[in-house]
Design a protein around this ligand. Structure first.
Ligand SMILES: [Zn+2]
Length: 118
């Protein structure tokens, strides 16, 4: 990984722990969205540092927030909310499995009954 400095471009917002560790997605416990009518909206990120294990919080302006700064890592359980937030519309493996079983059930029903419907 290369240092952020010296590129001359506007770098996306990164979150750093007080110890200097860059917070990546696997460190994130929770994210939320603070919508404001008057001012800018904020993304709320709660994390536990992967290095020093301290828990911290950060508010990032939604406009400058890019979920990609947290390197994608697939996890389950506690990250469900984060995934829903960051990957809205994306189909999860669980959904694919559900869909698969649903199709099987449909297929079985079709084979027993009316097959032709077009
Ligand atoms: Zn730290």
């Amino acid at each position: 990984m290369s240092p952020d400095a010296g590129s001359g471009e506007i770098s996306p917002t990164t979150i750093r722990c007080n110890c200097g560790h860059r917070v990546v997605r696997k460190d994130v416990i929770q994210t939320g969205l603070y919508l404001s009518v008057l001012g800018p909206s904020y993304v709320y990120v709660r994390y536990r540092c992967g290095r020093c294990r301290r828990v911290g919080e950060k508010l990032v302006e939604q406009e400058s927030w890019d979920p990609a700064v947290l390197h994608p890592a697939r996890r389950r359980g506690e990250d469900a909310d984060i995934q829903r937030f960051e990957e809205m519309g994306e189909i999860t493996p669980e959904e694919i499995i559900d869909f698969h079983y649903g199709l099987e059930r449909l297929g079985a029903a079709d084979r027993q009954g009316e097959v032709e419907r077009a």
